[in-house]
Design a protein around this ligand. Structure first.
Ligand SMILES: [Zn+2]
Ligand SMILES: [Zn+2]
Length: 274
């Protein structure tokens, strides 16, 4: 009997290992690529940045470009050979760090102030606006402007699949709002409300910008908690705020503040809330 249990255990372990390996479709020294859904892959880098690849019947989309990924254009070719839109959720180095191999990128103009802070880009830049739709053939990907983390943060919606790709717009469990150039807390509250409305109208999964930390999609509860927490901070009623001791990116003066509600956190600069 003992032996039979052991055999069963070994069999289940083997099946488990095999199924997780089969979901992973590519890996190299910098990253692994895993299939999440039909025609949707997550690229997770060893330094915990995240990209997503969506393939439609005519075109494909790469969302963000990570920090250090050798020959990212060739890596993407392992997944899809369709003509590629490269869309950047916001201009921070961990999302736009690897744009050089691509001839064109798309991002929101409000983040242009941040572009000079990363490497010079010789390709062509295109600006996206709230409501723009990328036509991938059988898939349509819609842009929504969600400022707060940066002025030009966007999310990308695949309404048919119920998916939202959020970059850092709502963080990955914790959102940084203490970064230059600061947006008022009210701006972030409006973005949370807008996202909550989208989730009441068919969006059910938020795939965040640092997937390795969470390994799942967020649901509407995540956004509700972010909205309630941002409102509490704005009303100077944050639950047990405390100093957040981080080395980067310090702006001088005291440490920024962190507040947490129901497992979600916001890092902010108390003097820049209004
Ligand atoms: Zn990030
Ligand atoms: Zn960011």
């Amino acid at each position: 009997m003992k032996n039979r249990n052991y055999l069963l255990f070994t069999l289940l372990l083997t099946i488990g290992m095999f199924s997780s390996i089969s979901a992973q479709v590519f890996s190299n020294a910098d990253l692994t690529i895993t299939k999440l859904e039909d025609k949707l892959w997550v690229v997770e880098t060893t330094d915990k940045t995240t990209m997503y690849i969506i393939e439609g019947s005519k075109k494909a989309m790469l969302i963000d470009t990570g920090t250090k990924c050798e020959k990212l254009d060739e890596v993407v070719q392992h997944i899809t050979q369709k003509p590629l839109y490269v869309v950047i959720t916001h201009i921070h180095i961990d999302h736009a760090g690897n744009i050089e191999p691509f001839p064109d990128i798309y991002y929101h103009a409000a983040d242009t102030v941040l572009l000079s802070r990363i490497k010079p880009y010789k390709g062509k830049t295109h600006f996206v606006n709230d409501g723009d739709v990328f036509d991938l053939g059988d898939k349509k990907i819609e842009v929504k402007h969600m400022p707060g983390h940066t002025p030009g943060s966007i999310v990308l919606l695949d309404r048919a699949a119920g998916n939202c790709f959020s970059g850092d717009a709502f963080g990955s469990g914790l959102v940084w709002l203490q970064l230059w150039p600061f947006s008022p807390m009210e701006t972030y509250i409006q973005s949370c409300r807008k996202m909550e409305q989208l989730m009441n109208k068919g969006i059910s999964k938020i795939y965040c910008g640092h997937y390795p930390y969470v390994k799942k999609a967020f649901n509407i509860d995540y956004i509700k908690n972010m909205r309630m927490l941002s409102e509490a901070i704005n009303n100077e009623n944050a639950p047990s705020p405390k100093p957040y001791n981080i080395k980067v990116p310090k702006i001088g003066g005291p440490d920024p503040t962190i507040a947490t509600l129901n497992g979600v956190s916001i890092v902010y600069e108390p003097s820049k809330i209004k």
